[in-house]
Design a protein around this ligand. Structure first.
Ligand SMILES: Cc1cc2nc3c(=O)[nH]c(=O)nc-3n(C[C@H](O)[C@H](O)[C@H](O)COP(=O)(O)OP(=O)(O)OC[C@H]3O[C@@H](n4cnc5c(N)ncnc54)[C@H](O)[C@@H]3O)c2cc1C
Ligand code: FES
Length: 262
């Protein structure tokens, strides 16, 4: 069972970084200290009126002086309200929640495949990794690409794929990953839309490579109580699968655990 805290957290920065993407920094000392790469926080966004559910966001970064940062995309009501909050306002934050990525060991080269706001989930992993590797960033178009420079500044080699070819390789980011699969000593990580995570799972099936993939399931309680976030994982039973809670046993799953029924 993971250890988590509820913390009244003051906003110290909330700014647009590109298009619909924002960065928000909270003073959130207890959670920042406990945070591990791949974990998330459940944010009670202030001024949401009767809409009481928290919203889950990956922990993008933490600093030694207690700042916890999130990169978020405005997609609906909650994230729209979040984007309007001002410095000094307080949100109740629960975290750090979920499991985490394993840090690459010396001799292992991380290959991180990330799509959209998934790039926020793997940043702390790259920051903590002793060996530098590649980040394959995918997006619909160049306006949706985020965090390229931030990964480059960590010493990672960044390759880009866009669906419409407006930047980098024209096509799916999983096509780029396919080039590296035969390389020895790589460790594969991924976060992005579930369709992308399931595509990676499919690519690795029947190979000796196992990826750590963060799945993006809608969440309700975020702490393992409601079973609203389950995914199918491989099991040794009649059906061949069972449910696991993405918020509790995930959000990071090994690719050979993920059950594909299509
Ligand atoms: C573990 C985890 C980590 C996440 N990390 C980030 C992050 O770092 N940055 C970021 O921008 N977003 C992240 N998300 C997605 C984020 O939680 C949703 O975008 C957010 O809850 C939408 O809230 P809303 O009120 O604006 O949207 P709503 O008005 O509730 O919904 C708008 C649209 O967003 C979809 N949506 C709602 N909740 C989710 C969800 N949990 N996952 C996917 N789609 C959803 C709805 O189906 C709908 O299409 C993460 C989700 C999970 C589960
Ligand atoms: S969101 Fe409630 S169990 Fe996962």
């Amino acid at each position: 069972m993971c250890q988590f805290q509820a913390e009244q957290s003051k906003i110290i920065n909330n700014c647009n970084i590109k298009g619909k993407y924002y960065r928000i920094d909270f003073m959130c000392e207890k959670i920042a200290e406990l945070a591990r790469p791949g974990q998330f926080v459940h944010v009670q966004i202030k001024n949401m009126g009767e809409r009481l559910f928290r919203r889950p966001f990956s922990i993008f970064d933490v600093s030694d002086d207690g700042v916890l940062s999130i990169i978020y995309k405005v997609v609906g009501y909650g994230t729209c309200v979040l984007s309007g909050l001002k410095n000094g306002e307080i949100c109740d934050i629960l975290g750090p929640l979920g499991n985490s990525y394993s840090i690459p060991e010396i001799g292992e080269t991380p290959i991180i495949t990330a799509g959209g706001y998934g790039a926020a989930s793997t940043y702390l992993l790259a920051k903590n990794s002793q060996t530098k590797g590649k980040v394959l960033l995918g997006a619909k178009n160049k306006d949706e690409l985020i965090l390229c420079d931030e990964y480059k500044r960590l010493g990672f080699d960044v390759e880009i794929a866009t669906d419409d070819g407006s930047c980098g390789y024209s096509g799916l980011v999983t096509d780029l990953l396919a080039y590296f699969l035969k390389e020895a000593g790589i460790k594969i990580y991924g976060c992005g839309p579930n369709s992308m995570m399931y595509a990676i799972t499919k690519m690795l099936k029947g190979t000796s490579k196992i990826a750590e993939l963060s799945l993006d399931e809608n969440m309700c309680c975020g702490v393992g109580a409601c079973f609203g976030c389950v995914i199918k994982v491989v099991a040794k039973n009649e059906k061949g699968w069972e449910y696991k809670r993405s918020c509790n046993e995930g959000p990071v799953f090994k690719s050979n655990e993920i059950y594909l029924d299509f």
